[in-house]
Design a binder for this molecule. Sequence first.
Ligand code: PMP
Ligand code: GLN
Length: 383
Amino acid sequence: MAAAQLPSRLPSVGTTIFTVMSRLASEHGAINLSQGFPDFSPSSSLLERVTHHMQNGANQYPPMAGVAPLREAIAEKVERLYGARYDVESEVTVTAGATQALFTAIAACVRPGDEVIVFAPVYDSYLPAITLQGGTAKVINLAPPAFRPDWQEVAAAVNARTRMIILNTPHNPTGTVWTAEDMAALARLVRDTDIVLLGDEVYEHIFYTGRHESLARTAELRERSFVVSSFGKTYHITGWKIAYCLAPAALTAEFRKVHQFNVFTVHHPSQLGLADFMRADPGFADGLASFYRAKRDFFRQQLEGSRFELLPCDGTYFQLARYDRINDMPDTEFARWLTIEKGVAVIPVSAFMPDGTDHGLVRFCFAKNEATLSAAGEKLRAV
Ligand code: PMP
Ligand code: GLN
């Protein structure tokens, strides 16, 4: 029987680069510094709390928006860090990873014909989500090595069809961190418009300069924003797929209309375990920046004397590097070659460029044990 022919809703989309490179790394036994995930364990007390709740009955549907203790712990953390009090009942929603939160916020807002401003390099899930809603992405290309937004260019991209602006700070893959001036420029830009902001703040605790400029910090931005963070990044549990979305009640109401029919709710024992852990150790997240700063510095040291040229890294657990002293391959080819021939897997930065621009840069993930980083360093110095 002939298979049904389905006209694709996403004709230009293939398998994500993260899956492609992790698979290649495993096929060739390469050290996997491509897809962003830690190679060390989460806290044993977090594991103990989740196990406890699994063994003590938390095995059926939790409330749609997330369990109250976790939403309370999130609201308290956000108030402590950013001085914003989100209402636990109507403004905090626990999601199945940041990916689902971002998709849900986009689905709740974007209609056919709407435009959404994004900054490239752009995280790979945004554009397909916009396209599936019938929206169009307006891509602002940021230039290396600084990758800073030019606010005049952003202003020129805004028009009556602009529904949303998506920002990601600290930024994957460039490691840039938006400043208070950026947030002020953003606020000026959207003032007197109906533009909604979607803040991808999954690396909110991982910054090495200044502070994290959350959209939650000022009432003016908060009022029109979805703010997304991920427990995966903060507690070394990317495989649990658990995150949250903050937004004023009216936006959250629309968000939940989609959320309830998209996933309905999220793994119950993980939510209770995270709530216990956050309460027992509220400082854990505050220590993340110095934890990853040490890894960044260690990895950068490993690459001293190599032919890679390192770009600045002010946040996230990613390091960009230029490789033009090694060869002139396109970045996707270079990433495959490095994985297969040299034993270290990386992500080509053109995968984050909707127009395919190749800056000759690759991304390393340094969320790894020192043994992994030094083994990778040895291989990379020999390239
Ligand atoms: N946004 C960015 C910028 C990310 O780097 C990631 C994951 N690495 C996500 C969203 C998705 O997070 P999650 O795994 O919680 O879905
Ligand atoms: N966000 C992770 C990265 O940038 C990957 C997540 C995924 O594989 N979808 O590497």
